[in-house]
Design a protein around this ligand. Sequence first.
Ligand code: 5GP
Ligand code: MG
Length: 178
Amino acid sequence: MHKDLEKILYTEKEIEEIVSRVAERINKDYEGQHLVLVCVLKGSVMFFADLARKLTVDCRLDFIAASSYGKSTQSSGNVKITKDITADISGKHVLIVEDILDTGNTLSYIKEYLSGFSALSVKLCALFDKPDRRKKPITADYSGETIDDLFIVGYGLDYDEQYRNLPYVGVLKPEIYQ
Ligand code: 5GP
Ligand code: MG
C-alpha cells in the first residue's frame, strides 16, 4: 500500500468486479444500439478504459474535461468545459462516464451541456456515488458503488494530480491534505 494512504477501500480485484457488474447492465440496456461513451478527464480514465473493454455494444469513444478540484478537496461549483468532445452526437445515445458523482456540480453541468446537441439520449455512469454530498438533483443511471463521505484516491482519482496511477482505491491520510 502507498505510504500516504490510511487504508485500501477497493482492491484491484474488487474494482474489476464492480466494473464488470456495471458493464453487464450497460450491455443489456443498449443491446443492438450504437453508443458514444464520453470519458470525463482525467479522473475516470482508468474506469473508462476498463469499462469500454467490457462492453459488447458498438461504441465510439470520446473525451471531455471540465474544471474541478485544484488542490482543494471541495468542488467550487464553478464548472467550465476545458476540453470538448469531437464526435457529432446528434441522434446518438450518449453515456457519460465519470469517476465519482459527488455534489453533482460537474456532472449536471456536463449533462446539460451535452444535452444541447440533439442526442437521442444522454445518460450517466459513475464508478462511485456519494449521495450524501449532493447539491444538484442528479442521479447516476449506472453506478458502481455507493460510498461514505471520504476523500479517496487511486484508479484515476487524484489529490493534487498525484496517486492517479495506483491500481487500487484508498483513503488518504488526513495529514496529507490538512
Ligand atoms: P462534483 O462536481 O460532483 O462535486 O465533483 C465531482 C468530481 O470531484 C469527481 O469527478 C472527482 O473528480 C472529484 N471528486 C469527488 N470526490 C472525490 C474524492 O473522494 N476523491 C477524489 N480524488 N476526487 C473526488
Ligand atoms: Mg472527475
